[in-house]
Design a protein around this ligand. Structure first.
Ligand code: ADP
Length: 204
């Protein structure tokens, strides 16, 4: 947690314990942090996970990269320091949602390991589930769902992750999705299975 700038700020502890919240919702709060190249499938699989979770009555919500950049982070670009701040703010929002008992699905490239680890450090044990959407660059580029690789190759976008900006793959993700050999449903089911096996989700 960053130190606040004001002198007279204290963190207010509420009357509801985590366990009480989990009992009320039927699951614990957690952040499912999807990371991977553009076009790897973070958003597609993340939204499928959200749908599966909501279908079983869970409080789940996708924090989507582009949507956040339209609002909260509309002042930020793609230079390294802006990317760091982008992810920092998103991590704080995700933490608040998880504290509120939600299963937060975040779908951001989040290319830097240190940034992801910092967010892990904001959360309690078992509350940060790193989901590596592992799709080879060639497959992402062939999919190119938003035409971004084409633009980047044409020199219209700079600092594009995987091309002229680095992507640091997770070394020990909680969930490793190799989407070249999985359907969207199979990948989403793998995430749900992890949550069941690690007692984040109760019985459905
Ligand atoms: P990201 O959010 O990582 O940028 P998107 O989810 O926006 O990626 O885009 C991934 C694209 O790849 C979508 O058009 C999706 O339909 C397609 N796709 C094809 N096969 C898969 C798969 N097995 N898993 C995820 N996405 C897939």
């Amino acid at each position: 947690m960053g130190a606040p700038k004001g002198d007279n700020l204290t963190w207010h502890v509420g009357e509801i314990e985590k366990d009480a919240r989990a009992a009320a919702y039927g699951h614990r709060g957690a952040v499912l942090w999807f990371t991977g190249l553009s076009g790897s499938g973070k958003s597609t699989i993340g939204h499928r996970v959200e749908r599966m979770l909501v279908a079983r009555g869970a409080f789940a919500y996708v924090l989507d990269g582009d949507n956040i950049r339209h609002g909260l982070n509309s002042d930020l670009g793609f230079a390294p320091e802006d990317r760091v701040e982008n992810i920092r703010r998103i991590g704080e929002v995700a933490r608040l949602f998880a504290d509120a008992g939600a299963l937060v699905v975040s779908a951001f490239i989040s290319p830097y390991r240190a940034d992801r680890d910092r967010i892990r450090g904001l959360l309690g044990d078992g509350e940060f589930v790193e989901v590596f959407v592992d799709t080879p660059l060639e497959v992402c580029e062939a999919r190119d769902p938003k035409g971004l690789y084409k633009k980047a190759r044409a020199g219209e976008i700079q600092n594009f992750t995987g091309l002229d900006a680095p992507y640091e793959a997770p070394t020990a993700p909680e969930v490793h999705l190799r989407t070249a050999t999985l359907t969207v449903d199979e990948a989403a089911a793998q995430v749900i299975r992890y949550l069941e096996e690690h007692n984040v989700l109760g019985e459905s």
